[in-house]
Write a protein that binds this ligand. Sequence first.
Ligand SMILES: *Cc1c(COP(=O)(O)O)cnc(C)c1O
Length: 394
Amino acid sequence: MPEQPNYIYADNAATTPLLQPVLEAMLPYYIENFGNPSAVYKAGRTAKRALEEARERTARCINCLPQEIYFTASGTEADNWAIKGVAHAMAKQGKTQIITSKIEHHAVLHTCAALEKEGFSVIYLDVHENGRVVPEELEAALTDQTALVSIMYANNETGTIQPVSEIGKICRKHGVLFHTDAVQAAGHLPIDVAAQNIDLLSLSAHKFNGPKGIGALYIRQGIFFPNLIDGGTQERGRRAGTENVAGAVGLSVALELACASMAERTARLIPLRDKLTDGLLKIERSRLNGDREHRLPGHISVCFEGIEGESLLLMLDLKGICASSGSACTSGSLDPSHVLLALGIPPEIAHGSLRLSLPDDFTESEADTVLQTVTELVARLRSLSPLWKKTRRG
Ligand SMILES: *Cc1c(COP(=O)(O)O)cnc(C)c1O
């Protein structure tokens, strides 16, 4: 990164930089081809064509129809729309129960909490200590009141990949709609909504080297669904407002590039991730959070006993290393992560968490620097902690 020569970015799960070819694909739609896609003249038609091509490109990447893609302003908006939309539509048929898990992103959990206030009942499934939802437990929780199942594709804090295909099969068998928050998965893991029986799926461009402020919701054709925003006929009348043409182009080009390079990037990142993980786990009283095998390619989440994750992050920042303690959305709050607690990690240990999510161009030498720095800082923080000294003596 430009400001500091030795800057190391290891927080790709929080956001990613825009790729140059993505920016170049977007630029013409800001100045030269600035037309409103709803306009009848040529500049409008050019913008409209770009928007529809973006929809087609996006649809190809997850194997759905272009008319099943709705552009939104974020992953959060897509999650809100999917869950509230299905809940309100199904309530008319007397179905008022939603099943989700304890490890979802706040975009899902807080949406469910809002629905509980309206009178919906929500079941929050536990996860196994490896951070995965147990499909049999999900199946056992389904009733004829169930309107929707919403289980994320991959977790942002632990990197754990959920058994989405199995869940999709169960939901389809029971005729229950299935939404997945695939914000961490899109562009990083293969997605096929048809083969995986997914009815609704959320994604967000800034998590796969696209621009911020644009996401998409896939809604399987034929699902009755209320509009998100009333107004003009944009997004098939379901989400009115003049479209973010450049953003949609950026999302689709970034997703296409990410999917095209996925196999190669995965093969490069996994050995780096594993080597760095093994090194970090050599630190005494450390543990890996989440599943070792079913894990995003560049994702590491560990806990160190006897330290505060927030202190470690601040000290890493002074050394020019960007990392996270879990979720960007909860940092700054002193509560331990709801995800780590759901894995059964005791609160005092969950406080000492570190998440490293590696960008595509992460190098061996960066991994070595991160390992050495974290090892030194954990030792230093522990040497300053009276609590750690007491546990060591005891
Ligand atoms: C980042 C993230 C979101 C929110 O996406 P935004 O586009 O930032 O609103 C939702 N779910 C998960 C799993 C995420 O990682």
